[in-house]
Design a protein around this ligand. Structure first.
Ligand code: IVH
Length: 711
């Protein structure tokens, strides 16, 4: 519940309950797999779909829990753990490109104590005098998306999104349209230099864009970050050119700038025509850092663009180099995240929504309110127990929290505003869409579900929409409205008939008919899209089946391990839990799903209609393609690994083995007695890894170069 004297806008520190770390190894492994799957799924939603399904705060808390779990159970840290990777691999629509050097992320601090603790770690690592001599550079943390600009001899030759840190999406043509990004550097260095920075939409541009979209009757963006991500990843650069995107630099990748301090690097970048943020300030010690962070926090809503915190960096470059990086983030920088923003609005009503798996969720309908860059009018309340716990009544003034991101949260009522007109919410006991009696899945569950999975119109509609979503079969033209119309007009009774749709059957639905009774262009397009969907990879069907807990996080592994729907239907819980990332909860959900006869009939009907006909997933897909596209030379003896085995291991991970070192060699692995190839690699300045880093190289790819033992 929220205090009586809540100001209209308040900034609070989110409560961060200490996560429980299981003391049983099997439980810890299960928890790890589940947390990892949820985190990976959210990263996909956030980075690839630009459609996050949880707040930044919720995401950060899950990451924290995972980190604490891994520090108690270090054996759970694998190369694929979300703590070891900075984001999801690139999405399917833009070409994948490898960054010349790995793009790292930042470690987070959620309060000032954590910034001080970071400072203490630095002191512990290199001593107080070195930290004092360097000082810090404080910067605004711009809420946009990271891009990597590659300049060759002063010309912009490639621009890519961060992706998973190693491979991103090629957005060169789109970045060319951003006026703030120079295509040529004035007086820049010869050779290759990688400039990193943030592409974002200033607030004015964001509001203008949303107004235009609204006028055109199109979906608006929830916040400037999503709008920037969507605009940068458009397939047509001419459309990107119409979006008022801009750019600010915040670092370097490969290549160096003659300077001793980061602050001097920024001056050089500006000399070359590259913009840096005016919100950058040197600080001698952590007290000055925190004073500036505090001041920035007060001014954050007056800036021309959104920021979600501050980044504090060690200023002296040789000290940065001494401190180095972990696999995920540099030790010489920390991101301080601002606490979430709170506002007060009116709770007009509490309604319920029936989801695709039958869960019936109450949600708040509020007086629209502007918070952290977007207008909010709805927020989930999860279940009846949660409504009660929050203590909100319909008609209350409520405190709404939003952490500069998409999903808002109702915190509680403002008791001082109660006047007796408020009324309690009553959770329905029957499904509002089909009238079936609602019940919890298991005794004691807080969630109520509609058991009529097969025929409840809301559930079928939502399953269809999910099946057509970008993560699953990506069927344009099968959104909420089309699904609703197909079901209401009796053209479809469930998803089983989707691939049996024909021009003739679509004519039974007014939405797909022209006035003269012929099939509309939208209808023809839908049929064409369905034809294409039939050959989508098995993992996309797997995501689309709406099997509980089986989402994008684990579907690729399940598809690669089992190969096709027949094997999946036969798989036991034991077999499924052998698959990396699949815990008992997911495994049981899969087995339960296939035990239902009408579920199996859906799959049978799809196959009879020619769907599920995509290429069989390759076995190797199980091996992370850590060396994809890299040209590698192995020289000297690797203990316990023959030359052939080494070559096979590289090829299986997507790399190419070459015999001679050249400028095009990406990496040289030097074992015992390496001979002249090592000398040549050094002469050409090619990166060299020692035998001790072999296993790490296979697991992590070029990231093994960081923190590795150089021979
Ligand atoms: S430095 C290796 N500086 O925040 C360090 N990042 O949460 C790389 N960001 O991926 C980043 N403003 O996209 C840095 N002033 C700033 C930043 C900044 C925004 C983003 C960047 C990074 C993310 C990490």
């Amino acid at each position: 519940m929220v205090g009586m004297t809540s100001p209209k806008t308040a900034e609070t520190t989110a409560s961060r309950p200490a996560p429980v770390v299981p003391d049983d190894a099997a439980q810890a492994r299960r928890r790890h797999a589940e947390l990892s799957a949820v985190i990976e799924e959210q990263r996909w939603n956030y980075y690839v779909l630009d459609d996050p399904t949880m707040t930044d705060g919720q995401f950060d808390r899950l990451m924290r829990q995972l980190e604490e779990l891994e520090s108690a159970w270090p054996e759970l840290v694998g190369p694929d753990s979300p703590t070891q990777r900075v984001g999801p691999p690139p999405g399917a629509s833009l070409a994948a490109v490898r960054h010349p050097s790995v793009m790292l992320s930042l470690d987070n601090a959620f309060d000032y104590d954590e910034v001080e603790a970071w400072n203490q770690r630095l002191v512990h690592l290199v001593g107080q005098p070195a930290v004092a001599q360097s000082g810090f550079l404080c910067e605004a943390k711009i809420d946009g998306l990271a891009v990597d600009l590659v300049y060759q001899d002063g010309r912009l030759v490639q621009a890519a999104t961060r992706g998973d840190g190693r491979v991103g999406e090629d957005v060169t043509a789109n970045v060319w349209t951003i006026a703030a990004v120079p295509r040529r550097l004035s007086g820049g260095p010869d050779g290759l230099i990688e400039i990193r920075g943030e592409v974002f939409l200033p607030l004015a541009g964001f509001h203008q864009l949303n107004r235009q979209l609204e006028e055109a009757g199109r979906k608006t963006f929830a916040n400037p970050r999503n709008a920037a991500a969507g605009s940068l990843r458009l397939k047509d650069p001419q459309l990107t050119a119409e979006r008022p995107l801009t750019f600010l630099c915040h670092g370097l990748g490969l290549g160096s700038v003659p300077a001793e301090r980061l602050s001097q690097v920024y001056q050089r970048l500006r000399d070359w025509g590259l913009p840096t943020s005016p919100e950058t300030r040197p600080a001698q010690d952590v007290e000055q850092v925190l004073a500036w962070v505090e001041e920035l926090g007060r001014r954050r809503h007056q800036l021309s663009h959104e920021i979600d915190g501050a980044v504090v960096k060690v200023d002296q470059l040789d000290l940065q180099a001494r401190l180095g990086a972990t696999i995920r983030a540099p030790r010489w920088a920390i991101a301080y995240k601002f606490p979430p923003v709170e506002v007060i609005t009116k709770l007009l009503d509490i309604r319920v929504n029936v989801g695709r798996t039958g869960r019936v969720t109450p949600y708040a309908v509020m007086e629209p309110v502007q918070v952290a860059g977007s207008t909010v009018e709805m927020a989930t309340l999860h279940n009846a127990a949660e409504v009660e716990r929050k203590g909100v009544l319909i008609g209350d003034s409520v405190v709404l929290r939003k952490a500069g991101d998409v999903i808002p949260e109702v915190l509680g009522p403002v008791l001082a505003d109660r006047d007796g007109s408020q009324r309690a919410f009553v959770m329905p006991d029957h499904c509002p869409d089909c009238g079936h009696q609602l019940r919890p899945e298991r005794a004691g569950d807080a969630d109520l579900r509609c058991p009529n999975q097969r025929a409840c119109p809301a559930q079928v509609r939502q399953r269809l929409v999910h099946l057509a979503s970008r993560a699953a079969l990506d069927i344009e033209g099968l959104g909420e409205r089309a699904a609703q119309a197909l079901l209401a007009d009796g053209v479809l009774s469930d998803e089983g008939g989707l691939f049996d749709l024909t021009a003739e059957s679509l004519l039974g639905c007014a939405l797909f008919r022209n006035l003269d009774g012929s099939l509309s262009a939208v209808g023809a397009k839908l049929l064409e899209q369905l034809e294409q969907a039939k050959t989508k990879p098995f993992e996309r069907f797997l995501i689309g089946l709406s099997i509980r807990h089986l989402g994008k996080g684990v579907a690729p592994q399940v598809a690669a391990a089992l190969g096709g729907v027949e094997a999946l239907a036969q798989a036991s819980v034991e077999r499924l839990t052998e698959i990396e990332g699949v815990g008992p909860i997911v495994a049981e959900a899969v087995v339960e799903w296939f035990a239902v006869d009408w579920h199996r009939r859906i799959v049978d009907r799809w196959r009879a209609a020619g769907a599920l006909a995509g290429p069989a997933p390759r076995e190797e897909a199980e091996l992370p393609q850590t060396l994809a596209g890299l040209s590698i030379v192995v020289t000297g003896a690797l203990p316990g690994v023959s030359r052939d085995q080494a070559a096979a291991a590289i090829v299986a991970r997507g790399g190419k083995v070459t015999g001679a070192v050249s400028r095009r060699t990406d990496l040289v692995v030097a074992g015992d007695n390496p001979g002249t190839k090592l000398a040549k690699a050094e002469a050409l300045g090619r990166p060299v890894l020692g035998a001790a880093a072999w296993a790490e190289l296979l697991e992590q790819g070029p990231a093994a170069l960081i923190d590795s033992d150089q021979p």
